[in-house]
Design a protein around this ligand. Structure first.
Ligand SMILES: [Cu+2]
Length: 107
């Protein structure tokens, strides 16, 4: 099959652009889940906290473990005993958009 010059050029630039586009959209394409748990300890120095988390089907069983957070600022407000909610992504053991939820506000 004959490929014209213009087609080859278009193809080449599409290939070059693909990696950066993939990076930009990687997080958006990944499956996300809602994570619930109770904070057992906060470690500001390592930007992480230990949470007794509920099972998230397809992501993590119910267990207590240490998680990194996307934004260390949240560690200034979250404290031991708080019930939190966070967004988590497939294949990524990190808590995003952590926020405290009051037991009576959980529906
Ligand atoms: Cu775990």
């Amino acid at each position: 099959m004959r490929i014209s010059k213009i087609t080859r050029r278009t193809f080449a630039s599409a290939v070059l652009l693909a990696p950066s586009a993939a990076l930009l959209h990687a997080q958006g394409k990944k499956k996300s889940y809602v994570f619930h748990g109770k904070v057992e300890s906060v470690d500001a120095a390592s930007k992480s906290m230990t949470v007794d988390g509920a099972k998230v089907e397809g992501w993590m069983d119910a267990m207590s473990m240490k998680y990194d957070v996307d934004n260390a600022d949240v560690l200034k407000t979250v404290k031991k005993g708080d019930t939190i909610e966070a967004t988590v992504y497939e294949g990524n053991i990190k808590l995003y958009k952590v926020h405290v939820v009051k037991p009576d506000s959980k529906k």
